[in-house]
Design a protein around this ligand. Sequence first.
Ligand code: ADP
Ligand code: ADP
Length: 228
Amino acid sequence: MYLEIKNIHKFFGTGENRTEVLKGINCNIEKGSICVLLGPSGSGKSTLLNIIGGIETAEEGSISINGDTIENMNEKQLSLYRRKHLGYVFQSYNLIPNLTVRENIEVGAYLSDNPLNVDDLMKTLGLYEHRNKIPNQLSGGQQQRTSIGRAIVKNPDLLLCDEPTGALDYKTSKEILKLIEDVNKKYGNTVVLVTHNDAIKNMADRVIKLRDGQIRHDIVNTEKTPAQ
Ligand code: ADP
Ligand code: ADP
């Protein structure tokens, strides 16, 4: 899916506390690419991701997906858009605690018209041998793999990842990034990944740096190197 972000302005708070957290964001993200959103804490990365994901709305500007503008969608269309076209991966995994790995991933599959094969996906993610465990029997990395599984099983056009390695150690973080990269190669989903970790930028096709609600750098990465 081709993603167009036009002149996004977002405010939080009221009266004296009203602050502009996104100050006119413009960018187009190509289908099948990996875009990394970098920037210090508080620069507006998560807010932008949530606006792209239809979770928050902007006061000004528009987001369009293959030419369909999400502001023009009614609640029903928007929920269909989120359900069918979006996969969300959070830092905090958000797995359902009393469901197994397989069942958590199946939750994602039920939402989709053309889900991926759950067994194949669990094998790709290195989860097959853990399929009957519940989240608290898993390591952080395995829980994050499961949450990626739940998002990606829908075969979404757009995979949005908010600090997907934020809670993980260095080695596990690298494995998770490699996995996101493998998934992108294999299924061709467009990926937008938020992080404050500068080291992640090598895996991206596109690196956008936010600072204080504005794009400070927008770089096409011609020296993309695979995660190892
Ligand atoms: P589909 O979901 O049908 O595969 P595409 O993402 O290929 O859709 O294209 C949807 C629309 O966006 C088309 O009109 C296409 O011309 C346009 N489009 C796709 N990629 C780009 C791009 N990089 N720059 C400008 N327009 C694009
Ligand atoms: P980042 O993801 O880059 O850390 P955020 O998008 O989370 O940044 O936040 C950008 C700014 O907006 C911060 O100053 C934050 O305090 C503020 N903010 C985020 N969410 C809310 C909210 N729901 N209400 C008020 N302020 C918020």
